[in-house]
Design a protein around this ligand. Sequence first.
Ligand code: HEC
Length: 264
Amino acid sequence: MRIFSLIILLSFSSLSFAAGGAECGDYGDCDEFKPQLLDNSSLQRGLNTFINNCYGCHSLQYSRWGRVAKDLDIPESILLDKLVFNPSVKTGDLMKGSFDKTISEEWFGVTPPDLTLVARSRGGNWIYTYLRTYYEDASKKYGVNNLAFPNTAMPNVLESYQGRQVLGCKQVPSFAKNGGVKRDESRNIITVEECGHLILEEGSGKLTVAEFDAMIFDLTNFLTYVAEPMRAERERIGWFVILFFVVFTALSYLLFREYQKDYH
Ligand code: HEC
């Protein structure tokens, strides 16, 4: 009887695992992204990458040009000169995008979604991973597919920076049941061939791997800021609140000791 319930339990847990799937699709766990919202130059670089590579398809329709410029310390003249390509746009306007929604639907089958809140719905880890896991796949409309978002309708718009990525096999260390790396008699690590890994064709992109990762970091950082412009401010205020509690607790304790004296 006990074994029977154990089997039921096990099959349920494996079922829920299969249904939940990995956080980043075929990639498995997402790569980690930790925002740095006080780093204004990173946010500025992210905004620049966004306007030049993404804004053609994606709007940020819940944020205003002027607010972003103010938060990121960008002078209005530079904003209008270098980032706003449409002369009729005012700094108080919402960032509505520059693409005709009906045309994009025709091209991609779906309208490219607004990205103001995407860092909250998908999370920074997911975005940071998604933009780095495109690979060539001739069976797809745009010749590319994505590990974190399989069959995505979005083309690989940053390919010229990253270079050509394909799926291939490589030797990876094999692990024993106890989680340790397996070694042969002369202590060399035993490897096995594993396929489905991203392999970058060296020198096919304008940036090195580290430079491209940094570019995507800044872009994800910017999208995290846009999703919650108050966050940096909120965290700063949070520290004052904690400081207040510490000081307040210390003062109350001193007062408590003072009152205690009267009892004795
Ligand atoms: C040529 C048009 C186009 C460009 C340029 C483009 N995208 Fe997309 N993007 C799409 C489409 C279409 C989708 C919808 C994909 C789907 O649902 O399969 C999408 C989806 C996304 C998503 C997933 C949203 C979600 O929650 O499902 C993110 C994140 C994203 N794009 C980020 C970017 C970033 C960052 C850039 C700039 C580097 C960019 N996109 C440039 C067309 C574009």
